[in-house]
Design a protein. Sequence first.
Length: 391
Amino acid sequence: MAFNFFRGRDAGAPAQKASATGPVIAWAGSGRVAWSPRDVVSLTRNGFLGNPVGFRAVKLIAEAAAALPLVLQDRERRYDEHPLLSLVQQPNPAQGRAELFEALFGQLLLTGDGYLEAVAAEDGMPLELHVLRSDRMSLVPGADGWPIAYEYAVGARKHRFDMTAEVQPICHIRSFHPQDDHYGFSPMQAAASAVDVHNAASRWSKSLLDNAARPSGAIVYRGADGQATLTQDQYDRLLDEMASQHQGAANAGRPMLLEGGLDWKPMGFSPADMEFQKTKEAAAREIAVAFGVPPMLLGIPGDATYANYQEANRAFYRLTVLPLATRVTAAVSGWLTRFSGEAVELRPDLDQVPALSAERDNQWRRVSEASFLTDAEKRALLGLPRLAEEQ
């Protein structure tokens, strides 16, 4: 028997080109969950542009953090006027302080990374500040792992920022990521699965609405002499009658008149359809938890963690807004002071935050009534600079 390398010993036998494990692979993959892509662009599109809960959570945090009043101080004094304050108040011709920081906080929440560019002057403070899109920025590490440059790409065009100089043009703020040395981990990535579930439940609800939320009933024809089907003329007449007299908002609630041989069978929602609303609400709560926003503030039902709205708002500022704003403003001020060489710090002014007014009043009262503390120690506890006579 002749040996054929491609067909085996029997050249006349038909070749079996399908793998024996093909059906097994197809069967195993048919029931897998289809998750959306986890890249920055897809997460932003699905979780912010296409999801109301993610959109509102990001906007709520970014707007609240950007609206916090800021103070600039060192160990000796608070500044009412300073080049750094002027730069932050009017960072560029197109944005003010609130717009700049809202964009910076939004990028940090959506991507885990925030990039601030300084348009440097010849000497002293920068002329302008600009927030760069995180999805367009890539880090170039050096031999020791530290960044030596950043590349900003728009289409085929790229601009390289050199980071080896003493004064660096880019301030990179990133969230903690346990498995990445160069890029941060965003709340949107943690909430990605919940976003997929919430969006899928919304699409399911939309499909139900497109189908009148499941047929409200069925018309069963029972003709005489065992006839089980309508004639074509009868069928077309019944469809026209249903469309003109019983569909649409104007015909809602109109009673239906059935002729002989037609029987109405009412239908309702299945338990599986009723559970979709609960699944959607649970996914919405998971998205809110990932961002650190109390579900009560987003209008999500079923959350009774806080006694009232005021307590939820105070917890939102204390646990989410203030840590984010404090970390970002400290990084920005530390970066900007390298241009001027001054040891100043930009921080949120907690005494001007309405949500924390009761908490701050209690702290001021406790500190002022502590007779065992000196005035200098009391001012230090309240975050105030030292008096001139204490220096």
